[in-house]
Design a protein around this ligand. Structure first.
Ligand code: HGY
Ligand code: MN
Ligand code: MN
Length: 416
């Protein structure tokens, strides 16, 4: 069990995140990898369930194996504000990307519970199970299921070891019953580390998020002809790996040349069969393209794919492109942004707004209800890296702003 600080608050949320980076809450030795539905995921859920119960919440797991803690409002069964983020991590990632937003939600409820406070709405804290897509070849499965935007066929997937979702412990036949309705959830709030350098550059701890960049993710497969590294002359080779090298460089060059907020990343590449003395027969790689506006994202992505097709044709390679996901930009709700700005001021924080280049579950929840996000400074903007760091004082400030946000939201609900 993770040793939890006795003192409720943002610093305890940070300490709990630190505890969740250790065994048995990680699938790897010497770092943090927590995949959806793995033993580490289940262990982390068990620790979280205990903290939710101690904060006065009723705890359940939904059909998508999300952990959900509910704290009733003044009237039982009232529509809820969802406060959420994700419990899974990238491979060898940081401790705060996801869990900090969940645990700050738990601290919000713990503060209300300790004061015997009930608001004019319920609060449901969700620990989404799959945001990163680090285990299965899909991302944001669980928030899409809750938002009602997940297609049934998206569940027909298996991880790198061939383990299906069903074998991993969820039932595809009932999975989509995790869906919530607008009459149940009226708004969504996610606190998250910025994962970028803006707040630190501005000397600020917190900021109101204006929206989330549009995101395209592809899986590309390039096939050539496997062969013997010693007997195949250079002139006669059909080696996909140098071709993919040209494609990767093209992705960087096209995105740089756009001289905008567009970004392109090849994060994973795999040469098969992967032996030192075998010319690869097949190379698989991912391509992630983002921009604040969909048209710019599409322009850059299509230009990169055109370069890939040219390279494949020139080199006589076979190219297959699969779209893994296509996420439009997701603006945050203007009224909730104003509420967040006012809550920042209530808590003595400068009011500052910024866009999110990183994707978040909030972009899916926007299909269900109005969304708000609060960004928290992280050192050097480093994330998806074990060096990810957040100051406990900044988490305390975030909690104060979130509690002020709840009070203002309550007042606005009373005024209706
Ligand atoms: O990819 C992202 O932006 C998020 O961290 N899953
Ligand atoms: Mn992440
Ligand atoms: Mn995240």
């Amino acid at each position: 069990m993770v040793a939890a600080l006795d003192t409720p608050g943002g610093a305890r949320a940070v300490a709990r995140c630190d505890g969740l980076r250790e065994a048995p809450y990680s699938d790897m030795e010497g770092g943090l990898t927590r995949g959806y539905l793995t033993p580490a995921y289940r262990a982390a859920q068990d620790a979280l369930a205990g903290w939710m119960e101690a904060a006065g919440m009723a705890v359940r797991r939904d059909a998508a194996a999300n952990l959900v803690g509910r704290y009733e409002g003044e009237a039982p069964g009232a529509p809820a504000l969802m406060i959420a983020s994700h419990l899974d991590s990238v491979r060898h990632g940081g401790a705060y990307d996801g869990p900090l937003g969940i645990l700050l939600g738990v601290e919000c409820v713990a503060a209300l519970h300790a004061a015997g406070r009930r608001l004019p709405f319920a609060i449901e804290v969700y620990a989404f199970g799959d945001e990163e897509g680090s285990r299965f070849p899909a991302a944001m499965l669980t928030s899409r299921a809750v938002a009602g935007t997940l297609a049934p066929e998206a569940l027909d997937i298996a991880d790198a070891d061939g383990v299906t979702l069903q074998q991993a412990g969820v039932d595809p036949a009932t999975y989509l019953s995790a869906r919530r309705r607008p009459e149940e959830i009226f708004a969504y709030l996610e606190a998250h580390i910025e994962q970028g350098p803006v707040l630190e550059d501005e000397g600020l701890a917190l900021g109101t998020v204006t929206g989330i960049a549009a995101q395209l993710r592809y899986a590309l497969t390039v096939r050539g002809l496997a062969g013997h590294a010693g007997t195949s002359s250079m002139a006669l080779r059909c080696d996909p790996l140098p071709g993919v090298a040209e494609m990767v460089l093209a992705a960087e060059q096209v995105a740089r040349a756009d001289a905008s907020d567009a970004v392109a990343t090849v994060g994973r590449i795999e040469a098969l069969p992967g032996a030192a003395n075998v010319i690869a027969g097949e190379v698989r790689f991912t391509l992630d393209v983002r921009a604040g506006e969909q048209a710019r994202r599409d322009r850059v992505a299509h230009a990169i794919l055109a370069c890939c097709r040219d390279v494949a044709q020139t080199r006589g390679l076979d190219l297959a492109v699969e779209t893994v996901h296509d996420l439009p930009p997701s603006p945050c709700d203007p009224e909730l942004m104003d509420l967040m700005d006012a809550a920042l001021a209530d808590a003595g924080q400068p009011v500052f707004r910024l866009v999110s280049g990183a994707g978040h579950d909030a972009m899916n929840m926007a299909a269900l209800c109005p969304t708000a996000m609060l960004f928290i400074r992280c050192r050097g903007g480093i994330s998806h890296n074990p060096a990810e760091h957040v100051e406990p004082a900044d988490a305390e400030a975030a909690l104060a702003v979130m509690l002020a946000f709840l009070e203002r939201l309550g007042a606005s609900r009373h005024a209706r």
